[in-house]
Write a protein that binds this ligand. Structure first.
Ligand code: ADP
Ligand code: MG
Length: 259
């Protein structure tokens, strides 16, 4: 039965989508059955899989969410699960922003995504949810569906600043909606350990959070190859097997599996 992991942080640009894409591919390389869910109306993850116009793909996650809210039957899995490079994924589109607005008006709406994923658990070892940069109803749905959350932090963006609020949201969700939820750990992304600034910032994250939540041993270095790989619709490992970030994501996958 799949472990459901949300990749989250209410800040944008901290490597959530990149981590979902490359962690999923690395887990697949380790022989795991993996599903990713694009749960951001910007549909960046969907684009990463080489889909040029996500808005043209139907049904996508927003249709599934709407169906759950209306108590309608979900479409066949074959209609909404796509595959790229050995990884299954559920695409997103801008219409997820309409779902976001509707969720706020709907009673008991926190468990809509959980209901969708429950029916897919048996088919996978890991289900990774790429979340949007907010603490709104979509992120709450993602955390309500998850067993674990990986918090990506880009130390260069001073992303620690919003982290307290994020942790508070996780604690509330665990208490009120989803008692299973655990913080798997903080993953430092775009962090080049050779630079002095990165070392200083890394130490800061450790000082502030090491006692509160686990911090993964693996950190993901910054490399221009990451942007290039996305442009070509590939994971970093496929685009450039020797790229440091790809090697790091593989190590990260092993670290996660060993937990
Ligand atoms: P989020 O999903 O949190 O908004 P993204 O994964 O989209 O963050 O990353 C933000 C930007 O940083 C993207 O342009 C992405 O290509 C780039 N990026 C992510 N990880 C790396 C990395 N390890 N090295 C270099 N650039 C990266
Ligand atoms: Mg993103």
């Amino acid at each position: 039965m799949a472990e459901i992991i949300a990749i989250a942080n209410q800040k944008g640009g901290v490597g959530k989508t990149t981590t979902t894409l490359n962690l999923a591919y690395s887990l697949h390389q380790l022989g795991k059955r993996v599903l990713t869910v694009d749960f951001d109306s910007q549909a960046n993850l969907t684009s990463c899989y080489g889909i040029e116009n996500p808005n043209a793909i139907e049904p996508n996650i927003s249709h599934l969410m709407m169906a759950r809210m209306e108590e309608d039957e979900l479409p066949d899995k074959a209609a909404y699960i796509k595959t790229a490079n050995g990884v299954d994924f559920i695409p997103s589109s801008i219409s997820l922003s309409v779902v976001d607005a509707s969720l706020r008006l709907e009673m008991g709406s926190e468990m809509m995504l959980a209901g969708i994923l429950e029916g897919l658990r048996d088919d996978y070892d890991y289900i990774l949810i790429d979340t949007c940069p907010s603490l709104g109803s979509l992120t709450i749905n993602a955390l309500a569906a998850a067993d674990k959350v990986i918090i990506t932090v880009n130390p260069q963006l001073l992303a620690m600043m919003g982290l307290q609020d994020f942790m508070k949201t996780v604690r509330k969700i665990k208490k009120r909606i989803n008692t299973r939820l655990e913080v798997s750990g903080i993953l430092l992304t775009m962090c080049d350990s050779r630079t002095n600034l990165c070392k200083v910032l890394k130490d800061q994250v450790y000082d502030e959070y090491n006692k509160v939540v686990p911090i993964f041993n693996t950190t993901i270095p910054a490399t221009v190859k990451v942007g290039e790989s996305i442009y070509y619709g590939m994971s970093i490992q496929q685009y450039s097997p020797k790229a440091t970030a790809g090697i790091a994501y593989r190590e990260f996958a092993k670290e996660l599996v060993a937990l």
